[in-house]
Design a protein around this ligand. Structure first.
Ligand SMILES: Cc1cc2nc3c(=O)[nH]c(=O)nc-3n(C[C@H](O)[C@H](O)[C@H](O)COP(=O)(O)O)c2cc1C
Length: 413
């Protein structure tokens, strides 16, 4: 199978095959933002599944900027032993385990952060959920330099802990993607305005990480093909930015799309025709492919083995990224290679409440519950009712919020 072919990255690291588990925020670490035993157990199940590459859910780089209450935070070596145990899950396998590192900028839950920052003071506006997000403060130049340094420091700690690569989260409306967006980045200094200026942040982040992890360590990025918002980061701009990253020597570019305001990454808020088609961002990939030498990964909507095989065979992509199906089929690469499955059956959970279903919230939280089940040693439950997300989420969110409140964090130390 084409999916079983190995891939050598620019840094000369080798992926054993072309299937990657894409990042999924696990939200399993309410107390100290440290990896937990059940989180590691979920990754053990994925590590036994035969993927070429496993990406972690987004890991925060700054305790002042936590996207969701149960995120992992790596800004120093506080949880180093648990990070080592986490990285160890791939030790006796040929899979890579890369840590996705992220700063959420303005897309962080307001109540758990004292202050929220962004390139410019423009608030996240998600229909029906705007109360979740605070008015952000525009970053100063010295705060920007601090965040650039943090990306590099976090990457270096993760490398030392045994992760075999890192991925910059440059997609989905978080800080890197906010800098790229002319809607959110209205700065007048060297970090805003022209595309060259808006791309300065991601380039500086990449360079800082490279300086700290060395030339042999894989660095990837997940980036939007577009934000799909009027006045936002466009397909043409995205193509120029990936060319800049290509020239820098990045090892793998994963293509996605959308933001919380326009959640196209999971197919929500997409045109019916796009949703029904596999591989939502394939048209973009076909266009950008010719402009790059960096290996390309595409994530979003892959469900049939035939489409995955064709994408690799025709050279459209080098790596097939899969997220939600991994929660229901934890060992899907092995099942595919053994010819046991040809289709990943993942019907989207629906409550029937239009606003909720369109927001993508139920879909994300339903899959998050399946990850928690994997961590608890249970089997996934494809029949789980979409409504149970609301009850489950209410309980766990209350628990996580309580632990995340700044006052409790102080008294826990
Ligand atoms: C529960 C859940 C959590 C996610 N968390 C992240 C994340 O932390 N980082 C990220 O880049 N994408 C995240 N995503 C998006 C996925 O990586 C992927 O882009 C999206 O689900 C589309 O791929 P799929 O159709 O194969 O699921 C998440 C998706 C889900 C369902």
């Amino acid at each position: 199978m084409n999916l079983q072919k190995e891939l050598i990255l620019p840094c000369e690291a080798k992926l054993q095959n072309r299937i990657a588990k894409s990042a999924m925020s696990e939200n399993m670490s309410p107390k100290h933002h440290s990896p937990t035993k059940s989180l590691i157990h979920a990754y053990k199940r994925w590590a036994d599944g035969g993927s070429g590459l496993i990406l972690t859910g987004n890991i925060m780089i700054d305790q002042k900027a936590i996207a969701e209450p149960g995120n992992i935070l790596v800004e120093d070596k506080s949880h180093f032993e648990m990070l080592q145990k986490w990285a160890d899950v791939v030790k006796d396998t040929d899979s890579h385990l890369w840590a996705q590192i992220n700063h959420p900028g303005r897309q962080a839950i307001g109540i758990i952060n004292k202050e929220v920052v962004a390139p410019s003071a423009i608030r996240t506006n998600v229909k029906g959920m705007s109360g979740l997000f605070k008015q952000p403060k525009a970053l100063t130049e010295s705060e920007i330099s601090d965040i650039v340094e943090r990306f590099g420091n976090t990457a270096a700690i993760l490398k030392e802990a045994g992760f075999t690569g890192v991925q910059i989260h440059g997609a989905h409306g978080y800080l890197v993607s906010q800098f790229l967006s002319p809607l959110v980045n209205q700065r007048k200094d060297q970090w805003g305005g022209s595309l060259e200026n808006r791309a300065r942040f991601v380039i500086e982040v990449y360079r800082n990480i490279r300086k700290k992890v060395g030339k042999d360590f894989p660095i990837g990025i997940k980036i939007n093909s577009a934000d799909f918002q009027r006045g936002g980061f466009t397909e043409e701009e995205s193509m120029k930015v990936v060319q800049l990253l290509d020239a820098e020597g990045i090892d793998l570019i994963e293509i996605s799309g959308g933001t919380y305001e326009r959640p196209t990454m999971t197919g929500a808020s997409q045109k019916k025709s796009t949703k029904e088609r596999e591989a939502y961002f394939l048209d973009y990939v076909k266009k950008v492919r010719k402009l790059l030498k960096t290996p390309l990964m595409l994530t979003g909507g892959f469900r049939t083995v035939a489409t995955m095989e064709r994408a690799i065979a025709e050279g459209e992509v080098d790596v097939v990224g899969i997220a939600r199906p991994f929660t229901l089929y934890p060992n899907l690469p092995n099942q595919i290679f053994q010819g046991k499955i040809t289709y990943l059956d993942t019907p989207p959970p629906k409550t029937g409440i239009k606003l909720l279903d369109k927001s993508g919230f139920v879909d994300i939280k339903w899959h998050e519950i399946q990850i928690h089940r994997l961590g608890e040693g249970k089997n996934p439950n494809p029949k789980l009712a979409a409504y149970s997300v609301i009850g489950h989420n209410l309980m766990t969110t209350i628990k996580k919020l309580v632990f995340s409140l700044p006052i409790l964090k102080q008294s826990n130390k």
